[in-house]
Each structure stands twice: as C-alpha cells, then as structure tokens.
Ligand binder design. Sequence first.
Ligand SMILES: Nc1nc2c(c(=O)[nH]1)N[C@H]1C(S)=C(S)[C@@H](COP(=O)(O)O)O[C@H]1N2
Ligand SMILES: [Mo]
Length: 536
Amino acid sequence: MPSVRINRRTVERGALAATSGLLAGFTALAVGELVASLVRPQAGPVTVVGGVAIDRTPAGLKDYAIRTFGESDKLVLQLGILATIGVLAALLGLSALRHRRTGAAGVLAFGAVGAVAALTRPNSGGMGDVLPSLLGAAAGAAVLHLLVGHLTVAPAASGHGEGEGGPAVGPTGRNRRGFLIGAGVTAVAATGAGVLGRTLTGRAGQGAAASRAAVKLPTPASPAAAVPPRAVLRIPGISAFTTPDKDFYRVDTALVVPKVDAGTWRLRIHGKGVTRPRTYTYQELLGQPLIERDITLTCVSNEVGGPYVGSARWLGVRLADLLEEAGVTPPSRGGRADQLVARSVDGMTLGSPVEDVMDGRDALLALGMNGEPLPFDHGFPVRMVVPGLYGYVSACKWIQDIELTTFDSYDPYWVKRNWARRAPIKTQARIDTPKPFARTTAGTVTVVAGVAWAQHRGIQRVEVRVDDGPWQEAELAEQATTDTWRQWSFRWKTTPGGHNLTVRATDGPGQVQTDQRARTIPDGASGRHSVFVTAT
Ligand SMILES: Nc1nc2c(c(=O)[nH]1)N[C@H]1C(S)=C(S)[C@@H](COP(=O)(O)O)O[C@H]1N2
Ligand SMILES: [Mo]
C-alpha cells in the first residue's frame, strides 16, 4: 500500500534528521571540549552548564541528589545534561527538515546559552571562556546544515529518484549516499576532536601531578601525638580510627577536580584589619613551622547515621599564626573582621568565624593528609581544616585567597543558598555494626559498635538502648583528642525477635545528644541513629 510506503519513508527521513541533530550536538560538544582544552578545561560546555545547574539547584533538591546518588551525584548530573542535550539536538534535527536554517540557528542559540553560562561562572577566565561553547556550536550548526541538506531535496531532483526512489519525501539514492558519507565523516572527525581535547586536558593535569609527586613533606615542628593504642578498637565493621584517603568521603561542587600546579599556586591574605597583606607560595608555606593533628571532618549534609564524616592526620600551617603575622586580631580583642572568607581556585567561597579560627584551636592550612601531600580530590595543594566546624563553613579545598571581612557584609556560597552562616558540628553517634536489617543469633552476644563525634568538645559518654529499654552505658575507646571521633562498643545479649538499637552520645561539656530530629539544612541534621536487627 502506497500510504504505508510513504509513512515508512517519512519515518526514515525523520530518523535521519534526528540523527543529523544528534551528530550536530555531538560535534558541538566534542569541538567545545577540544577548544576548552586549549583555553581552559573548566570552560567546557558541559562543565559550565553543569556548574550553573549545581549553583541553581534548590538546596532541598541538591540534598536529595546527594542523598540519592551520593558521590555519583555529579556523574548523574552530567549524564542528565547529555541526555537533555541529546533530546534537544534530535528535535532541532527534525525542525531543520522543515526550515533548514532554524535547525542551525537553534544550535547557535544553545551555544550562546553555553557562552553566557561560561561567563557567569565564579571562576570564569574572562572572554576566552565563551570560545568553547561558541566555536563548538558553530561546528555543530554547520554539520546540521550540511547533513540536513542531503535530506531536503528539491522536488524536481527527487523526481529522478534512483533505486527505491519514491515520492518527493525521501532522500534520493545519491543524496542518501551523500548523507551517509557526511554523517560518517562527521562522526569520525568529532570523535577525534573529543579524544584530542581529553588528551590535551589530561596533559595539563600532568604538570600538576608532577608538582605533587615532587613534594617532600618536612617533619612537623609539632608532630601529632601517637594515637593511643586504646583509642583504636579492633571490631569487624567499625570505622577505622584514621580513614584511609581512598575511603575518605568527598563533597564539593567541582565537576572537574581542579588540578593546580603547586609551583605556580599562590595564597593571598588580605581584607579588613589586615595591616600586612601578603601572598604565600607553596614553598613558603612548606617552610613554616608545621603542625600535625588528627582531626575529624564532617559534612553538614550528613544525615543521622550517614557516611559524610572521616578522620585524618593533617599536616599544615597554623592558620592563626599567618593571620597574626598579617596583623589580624580576633573580634574579642577588638578586631574589625569577624568573618574569614576562603576562596578556592574554582570560585567556591566558605566563611568561618575569625574568633573560632584564632581561639587557640588547631585551625590549619593543611598541605598533607595521612602522610602524603593532599590528594587532588581533597584540595591539593592547600586546604583549610578547622576542628569543630562543618566543612562548608571551614574546609576550603584548592584554596587561593583568604579575605577578612564581616558576616554583615558578605554571604559565601552556601549561605546565599539558605544554609546557616555559623555551623558548629552537632554531637552525633553512629552505629557502624550491625548493619541495618542484619540478622543475628538469639541468645548470644552481638557486638554493637561505632563512632561518636563532637569535634572540639569531645565525647564523654555513649549509651545504647534496645527497643524502649533503659539507656545502657557503652564501652568507650580512649579519647585521642577532643577534635577526633571516639570509637565505642556495646555487648548486646540478644533475645529472639526484631529489635531497634538506638545510640546517643554526650559531649565533653555534658550536653546529651538531642533526640529532636532536624533536617540537614540549615545547620546540620540532629536526632539519634538507630538500626533494626532481627535475632533468630
Ligand atoms: N573548593 C571547595 N572546597 C570545599 C567544598 C567545595 O565544594 N569546594 N565543599 C566543602 C564541604 S561542604 C565539605 S563537607 C568539605 C569536604 O571535604 P572532603 O571532600 O575532602 O571530604 O570540603 C569543603 N570544601
Ligand atoms: Mo559539606
């Protein structure tokens, strides 16, 4: 039936048009990556659009994404962006079938969107950053225009359709060949451009990697005390006292982990009340008297019982020393600045109370983590670590600038997104073992164990409750320092049935962990962790 044939050809032409759109989109992204590798890797189209998406995501949704996808949240976002671009590109291909120019114009319009996104990134490198999106879009528009040209043949020409050539709705044999050749060449060339771009970007990262490999961390002027043997419990399933780097949680907004060359890195200290502004090189910091401390870091996005907490041995410069050298005095001694804003190479800003940083605690500009230069993921070459404050108000990775200012005059990144200005870490205890919904043998002893933290206040008691029974004292490992978490264990004599195990901690000053549940936003989750276990 002719109508069926016509439909099939229409469908086929539509499929080829959509394919043209997809190839155009692919070309735009690949050329964009190649140009970005020459201009600035962070200016790549997917990276800038993803960055805008991250910055604009409402706090609740972002929290949901972290909860749902964990540390894969960025991968999921990038796949989402690629899928969206794919759909839009296919639609542009289809629309180009009717109006050849609209398709190309659409691709250029998306390029303009990418260019604006690139310019408005906080770490924007200036006008050069528009090039990846614009040149990529130009290449994509050209591809779409040329490929669709093979599908939209003049009626006169189609009258001479060869082979299965039918009515004027399908590509003629010649045009089909032209299309297929064009599509093949485009696919190969775009893939080549993309691969070349990735390779060049990788090369640039190698300079940073070499600078990291060349670092020799000096012995600290003030080494950390050895971890007391009795601070470490050997119980299967309990969090290690020191979290190995590879297991250390990672939370940040960086779609591309900054690869900073320590040789060219600088840290600037300036702002209100800074009488001696100063810029430090990496070598100058390494040359300062270094202190080494065990400090437990926690993310404000950590749910009760969640994984975003880790403990490491940090090596670095005491931040208060550098501030004093710069002439800064804390507000309690008349200083004009009450907020220290740290800014990273990727434009992230974090604000800490100057008072906390200078009150004698071990606030660090860390260069080393667990005996190695900082891993790139954790802030190489230098990051901040302040015991007792959630990461988003203190632990700036890839830091490059410290500005003294006031809480009244400046809101850093997360505060602009409705998180609290000040966020001391809340007391929490976590059951590491048994795991939720574990099964155990009734009538035996099951070891319940985990960690509790209240950085800079310390932990003096941990209690466990079985169902609605009384709170029972857990055994505590020795407290290494008040800035680290404390391991605990509890011998539970199991009785048949399902049981709820709940834990609570008491901090050094004697404050019992609240049972009031709070969401992570604005200043950290509260409530008590419990797990359900069945004994049979
Ligand atoms: N530059 C930069 N620093 C950052 C962040 C970020 O997004 N960008 N996230 C902060 C948050 S929210 C936390 S909890 C800690 C996490 O540090 P980690 O990834 O080394 O565990 O880094 C902080 N420093
Ligand atoms: Mo965080």
